[in-house]
Design a protein around this ligand. Structure first.
Ligand code: TXA
Ligand code: MG
Length: 340
């Protein structure tokens, strides 16, 4: 298949992308978090093609993307007051809500669950595409299953060129880690995945939030997390990753002691000169948590173009966006973490 390349700011991009979606095709769409692989979320065949293109397990449900918060009611049942409050405060934005699902949403989209994940992304062109398509757009992250999520159009080309109808190029994603997922069908609401919306901000509106086990530890054989996707090996580069937690100075000193020439290192910018013989992917200054989020997937992905035998990563503190970045690094490492 010849994949069309559509610059986000080209005059006919919205019309062309919306028409492809309406007619059952697949389009890579930029969002503020990561690129998504979008299709008509109400069309079973289109949704089946998303799973095929990604090599995604069938039991892993998709997020429905809507252009306006009001569309929540078209697809969700018994929407609680707090969902409206969160939508008012944070949509469009990097927050996904899990709510009871209406029968109009196909089982293939929700992987047979009676809930649906829904979000309104903070990207003007993508919202315009969704609105013009006239349907909710089911979109997982656009990576091949298991690979780091795409944060640039070039990542989408790497994983999906020739497999989908079009890629909309919106440049680099502003946040760089996926949305925060909050399950509102349980009491208290439960954090299923930390992401671009800091949980501290959600707590100001929601009050108490429970944290799902899958966020903090690897799932055991047969264990079923509430977000099915959290049980899969994820974000992993080909080389094994070791994550170091502790102060930047301590973790940098530890890595400098351990590394062999040719190893890979993910580090805060100011420590990069400590690893002269390594393949270094800096993720911004230690204090710059937005840079860490923007850079983490690109850094993990970049090692696949090298032959580093192993990778060491400095981990930011688990506050604000740091909780999501630390979670992605730990998952990439299969939770191989050394705490200093
Ligand atoms: O930022 C994002 O959320 C990106 C962009 C494209 O919007 N999308 C994204 O989708 O990260 P994906 O499919 O890579 O991750 C969605 C996660 C999976 O872990 C899935 O299991 C979970 O959401 N999920 C989807 N529907 C769910 C539901 N009804 N209940 C619980 N978890 C659900
Ligand atoms: Mg994903």
């Amino acid at each position: 298949m010849n994949t069309l390349f559509l610059p986000a700011d080209a005059p006919n991009t919205v019309t062309v992308a919306a028409e492809i979606i309406r007619s059952g095709g697949l389009v890579a769409i930029p969002t503020e978090t990561v690129y998504g692989l979008g299709a008509n979320g109400l069309n079973e065949d289109a949704v089946r093609r998303i799973f095929e293109a990604k090599g995604r397990p069938q039991d892993n449900p998709l997020i429905l993307h809507i252009a306006k918060a009001e569309q929540m009611e078209d697809f969700c049942e018994d929407v609680p007051r707090v969902a409206y409050d969160l939508a008012d405060a944070f949509w469009p934005g990097p927050l996904t809500l899990v709510l009871k699902c209406k029968p109009i949403v196909p089982k293939r989209t929700t992987a047979g669950l009676d809930t649906v994940a829904i979000r309104c992304p903070d990207h003007d062109v993508t919202r315009a595409i969704i609105a013009a398509s006239g349907v909710p757009v089911a979109a997982p992250s656009g990576n091949t299953s298991g690979r780091p999520s795409p944060t640039k159009a070039s990542h989408m080309v790497e994983d999906m060129n020739g497999k989908i109808e079009a890629i909309v190029d919106g440049g680099s994603c502003g946040i760089g880690v996926e949305s925060t997922i909050l399950d509102l069908t349980v009491t208290p609401p439960r954090l299923l995945r930390p992401g671009g919306m800091p949980v501290e901000k959600l707590a100001q509106i929601v009050g108490e939030i429970a944290v799902d086990d899958a966020v903090i530890r690897p799932m055991k054989e047969g264990e079923k997390p509430r977000a099915p996707g959290m049980k899969y090996r994820h974000y992993a580069p080909k080389a094994p990753v070791t994550v170091l937690t502790g102060t930047g100075a301590d973790t940098a000193a530890y890595i400098a002691e351990q590394v062999q020439p040719g190893d890979g290192v993910i580090c805060f910018q100011e420590y990069a000169p400590m690893f002269p013989d390594c393949v270094v992917q800096p993720i911004g200054e230690e204090v710059d948590d937005l840079a860490h989020a923007q850079r983490v997937f690109d850094a993990l992905r970049a090692f696949d173009g090298t032959d580093v035998p192993r990778i060491f990563a400095q981990c930011p503190p688990e506050q604000g966006l740091g909780l999501a970045v630390a979670n992605r690094l730990k998952k990439a490492a299969g939770f191989h973490v050394i705490a200093l």
